[in-house]
Design a protein around this ligand. Structure first.
Ligand SMILES: [Zn+2]
Ligand SMILES: [Zn+2]
Length: 408
């Protein structure tokens, strides 16, 4: 289930509807694109229908993402899609139910009138509870759990108090009885929230050209000066980009994060080490001893099963890939999974690659990777209509799965 957010264009004021997973505000009126960012999770309000009341906003945690488990020498995964109250107030609905789907949300802004209750529960507790091991069909010892490609935000639901009742200010219906009014207002924050949404026009920092963007892009490519950029702490940061040249003109390029890392505690420094530790049924070539170990993680959102499969396949296939420093001119799939999220996938890729699981899983809780470098690499796939097939390899992706992934 996806939510819609209404936001005005910062340049011309035109009203624009966004999906909650969008990173880019595309203005159809003035044609300017803006990258959206904030110093913390995005915060939305559900608009109320009680203009003459003193509104108190109650925070709900919004989590949508994939959870992976390494347990019992198996890897499980699950899509978690929840809203859950962030305060312990009796009588309030524990989830927002269908409210966010039924109406358009707005970003919290300095002009949002009302008081805001503090988020007093621990988000990780809420998410962990929603993502229990048993829900992934696993049991036994949990060695590792990873959240990848998630959207976390806060959604504020408007309430007001009248007499001894707390009212839902959207439906103007009582939802709870006031037991102690101080309990509610005691935890209220200042009337003006400090949080704000920031906009970064998507112009190339190198040459000033319009960057190529799609609504869900997290890396932006400049077709003019062949550079690529990600946003970090409100600024564009250049990405090191490579590509494997296509054998044919009609190829489609899919982006992968190549993250070079070592894990000394399990003796992985080179690619040969990785092949040894994961016990691959292939003969180790001498030169692999000197080749750095890199994890190749899809830089796009896709169903957990396919994501894990591709991470394993391309990571092992790296021995046959020779990218050069370039960016394909056309047919490139947008980068929709940030580099930081891809880095979270290294452990599950290692675990998933292990042929002898009991030689790797017990190391997972303590294991930490030291990242040496990271870059973005475009790989050429042949489009057969139903599938995209990595050239010179037996690795394929279903096209529908790729399109569906953009809605995750
Ligand atoms: Zn505009
Ligand atoms: Zn440029």
């Amino acid at each position: 289930m996806g939510f819609t957010v209404e936001q005005e264009c910062p340049q011309c004021g035109g009203p624009i509807d966004l999906d909650e997973t969008d990173h880019i505000l595309r203005c159809p009126y003035c044609g300017i694109d803006n990258f959206l960012y904030s110093h913390d999770h995005f915060r939305f309000v559900l608009p109320h229908n009680s203009p003459d009341k003193e509104i108190t906003y109650v925070p709900y945690l919004r989590f949508k993402g994939n959870v992976y488990f390494c347990a019992d020498f198996n890897i499980g995964h699950r899509v978690v899609d929840i809203t859950h109250t962030g305060v312990s107030l009796k009588g309030l609905p524990s989830s927002l139910g269908l409210r966010p789907q039924a109406m358009k949300m707005k970003f919290v802004s300095r002009s949002t009138q009302g008081s805001f209750l503090k988020f007093s529960l621990k988000p990780i507790d809420i998410i962990s509870k929603a993502a229990t091991l048993t829900s992934a069909g696993l049991s036994g010892q949990l060695y590792h759990r990873a959240f990848i490609g998630e959207t976390i935000s806060l959604i504020y639901m408007p309430l007001f108090v009248q007499g001894d009742r707390i009212f839902d200010a959207i439906l103007n219906r009582p939802v709870a009885i006031v037991s102690n009014e101080d309990e509610i207002y005691g935890s209220a924050q200042s009337l003006k929230p400090k949080w704000q949404l920031n906009f970064l026009p998507t112009l190339c920092p190198r040459c000033g050209w319009n960057l190529d963007v799609e609504k869900d892009s997290v890396a932006l490519v400049c077709g003019n000066c062949s550079t690529a950029w990600e946003v970090s702490e409100g600024k564009f940061r250049e990405i090191d980009v490579w590509a494997v040249q296509a054998g044919e003109d009609s190829s489609r390029y899919l982006p992968f994060w190549k993250i070079s890392a070592t894990a000394e505690c399990i003796d992985i420094v080179s690619f040969a080490d990785f092949v040894r530790v994961t016990n691959q049924p292939i003969v180790i070539a001498g030169q692999w001893e000197n080749e750095e170990m890199s994890f190749w993680i899809p830089a796009f959102k896709i169903r957990p099963k396919v994501f894990l499969q591709l991470s394993k396949q391309i990571t092992l296939f790296q021995r046959r890939l020779s990218p050069d420093k370039s960016i394909p001119k056309k047919n490139i799939h947008p980068v929709t999974l940030p580099r930081t999220e891809a880095a979270q996938a290294m452990k599950i890729t290692l675990a998933g690659s292990a042929v002898t699981k009991n030689k790797v899983f017990p190391f997972l809780p303590e294991l930490s990777f030291e990242i040496k470098a990271s870059s973005l690499v475009y790989l050429p796939f042949t489009d057969t209509g139903n599938d995209l097939i990595l050239q010179d390899a037996r690795i394929s992706i279903n096209r529908q799965a790729l399109e569906f992934g953009r809605r995750l």
